[in-house]
Design a protein around this ligand. Structure first.
Ligand code: 5GP
Ligand code: MG
Length: 172
């Protein structure tokens, strides 16, 4: 396992992200919707960088088990989503890989009446993302490696690491 992005670097980029989001909102109320479980750390950090009124909710979606990053069928549990009608929504996830998770979730939130849905991720595996999708905001573009930390897990472990690390075959 080796460190890919250290804690101060993450802090700096998350602050920039918060500034950009605040600047573009211009005082319109925002609902941040985090994708469980990987987004919890980024959601906690980024909402404290937003200076306009914010509500926070989470949705559970899983397209992924264990180490493989190939997307399977997406399962979404959004039964408890609040009323989003007329609200600007920022959909937050830890990492954008193929883009299938965020694309499907953005569509779902639009169908729940959101006025707008934008997406934000900490990490973007740009080379793996399907051609017609890109995040509205991202902090770091990374190569196609398996990463953990700052919310990202390997079979439930490593989410608490304050930095991003790459897992190597020996770690698995
Ligand atoms: P997508 O739908 O964009 O292909 O998949 C996104 C999801 O795949 C993320 O929410 C995350 O759960 C998982 N994922 C993709 N790449 C990685 C990775 O390198 N490490 C971990 N821990 N999860 C990943
Ligand atoms: Mg995830």
């Amino acid at each position: 396992m080796y460190k890919l992005i250290d804690e101060p670097e993450i802090r700096r980029q998350v602050a920039v992200l918060g500034e950009r989001i605040s600047g573009e909102l211009q005082d319109r109320p925002l609902t941040v919707v985090g994708v469980l479980t990987g987004s919890i750390v980024l959601v906690a950090d980024v909402i404290r960088q937003i200076e306009t009124p914010v509500q926070v909710d989470f949705v559970r979606a899983s397209s992924y088990r264990g180490r493989t990053t190939r997307s399977r069928d997406l399962t979404v549990d959004a039964v408890e989503l609040p009323d989003l009608s007329g609200r600007d929504v920022l959909l937050v996830d830890d990492i954008l890989d193929t883009g299938r998770t965020l694309r499907a979730l953005a569509e779902l939130l639009r169908s729940r009446g959101a006025a707008s849905v934008r997406t934000a991720v900490l990490l973007w595996k740009r080379d793996r993302t399907e051609a017609d999708f890109q995040p509205d905001y991202f902090c770091f573009a990374i190569p196609d490696v398996f990463v953990v930390g700052y919310g990202l897990d390997y079979d439930g472990d490593y989410r608490h690491l304050p930095y991003i690390a790459v897992l190597e075959p020996d770690d698995l």
